[in-house]
Ligand binder design. Structure first.
Ligand SMILES: *Cc1c(COP(=O)(O)O)cnc(C)c1O
Length: 368
């Protein structure tokens, strides 16, 4: 192995990202804005963006201004939408780099227009409607006044969008239809005033793949292309591929006598003479001290025993194994698999949180 000395690492399959991107396009039949916020959920914004663009996405979206600027600096020239309200300090750089801004309200319109005038550029914006997320944007009945304000201020109103709060967890929740209805009201008000933004988008991965009525002329998806199960209520779709594996190695393997305590707090004691292994992954890598952790080694599922330490954790092994043996924290080995949804369940958190929170010190590897 070329990464023999790497303590723990992520293997990211970019050909699977390309495949998944093509599949999302095939399933939806509309334009695709690829969401690569938070360093593409930890998998590497630049390589993942390139793979998604190669797979047919036409534009990108990120959460923060600095993320967009990083992609621009790396030479990415397609449109990039920033979801959040940019800091005033980075606004000029964003407008100069032709980054698309989210129009969250009247103050934002004023601020964008003022900076655009100073720079002699016309800021490009997508108007955000808050249809039930309670995060960014204006309520549906303010969409038309805000659109008018934006146009009068000289902004390029290129898009309009909203975001679903329940659609990934419950496809039948009445809020889904209500959010769509509120968004249609906003669109109808704009239409009545002959304001027709070019791009209309509401669908994250779950909506894109499960709710065609949410498509309009663009979907805005991230997790499905990264091999994260798009729906909390249904299994991983057969037409998508898994993308990421998280691996480490056995760095110690010893026989410990019966009754020997393991790790901080001594929450585990060997029941008999046991083989206790140590792996080079811990909570400071994002492998959390929560739930009942298991890993795959030698094609078998083994238990993590005792508390997870910062840089390591201990395993109860069925018997001695060679040092350097590959251990899978996430992914497949032999016939066994541990998937992102398993870790999310174990750690009681969101699926994308599991991979987004894998620490920067964990090397990202892109096997070809
Ligand atoms: C994160 C995010 C998305 C993408 O969601 P996925 O479930 O990863 O497809 C889309 N829109 C907004 C506003 C987001 O914050």
């Amino acid at each position: 192995m070329s990464n023999e000395h790497t303590s723990n690492w992520l293997e990211i399959d970019l050909s699977a990202v390309r495949h998944n991107t093509r599949e999302v396009l095939r399933q939806t039949g509309v334009a695709l804005m690829a969401v690569v916020k938070a360093n593409a959920y930890g998998l590497g914004a630049l390589p993942v963006s390139r793979a998604m663009l190669a797979g047919g996405a036409t534009c990108l979206a990120v959460a923060r201004g600095c993320e967009a600027l990083e992609l621009r600096r790396a030479g990415i020239q397609v449109p990039i939408l920033v979801f959040g309200l940019p800091a005033e300090a980075e606004l000029d750089a964003l407008i100069a780099a032709d980054v698309t801004l989210t129009l969250t309200g009247f103050e934002a319109a004023e601020m964008y227009a003022a900076r655009g005038a100073v720079l002699g550029r016309q800021p490009r914006v997508h108007l955000k409607v808050d249809t039930g997320m309670g995060r960014f944007g204006v309520l549906a009945d303010e969409a038309l006044p805000l659109a008018r304000c934006a146009l009068e201020a000289g902004l390029d109103l290129e898009g309009i969008y909203t975001h679903f709060a329940m659609i990934d967890s419950d496809p039948r929740d009445p809020l889904n239809a209500l959010q769509l209805e509120r968004f249609r009201q906003a669109l109808a008000a704009l239409e009545a005033a002959a304001i027709r933004p070019l791009w209309v988008h509401t669908a994250n991965s779950a909506a894109a793949l499960g709710h065609p009525e949410t498509h309009f002329n663009m979907v805005r998806a991230g997790s499905a292309m990264l091999g994260i199960r798009p729906f909390y209520y249904a299994p991983f779709p057969s037409y998508l591929k898994r993308v990421v594996a998280w691996k480490t190695r056995l760095v110690s393997c010893r026989e410990l006598p019966a009754g020997w305590g393991v790790s901080y707090g001594q929450t585990y004691h060997t029941r008999a003479d046991e083989t206790i292994g140590v792996i080079a992954a811990g909570y400071a890598d994002g492998f959390r001290r929560a739930g009942r952790n298991e890993v795959l080694v030698n094609g078998q599922r083994v238990q993590v025993v005792g508390r997870v330490c910062a840089d390591n954790c201990m395993l109860r092994l069925p018997g001695p194994l060679p040092l350097g043996s590959e251990v899978v924290l996430l992914g497949q080995q032999g016939g066994q698999s541990i998937q992102i949804e398993d870790l999310a369940g174990r750690w009681n958190t969101a699926q994308s949180d599991v991979i987004s929170a894998i620490a920067p010190r964990v090397e990202r590897v892109y096997p070809t």
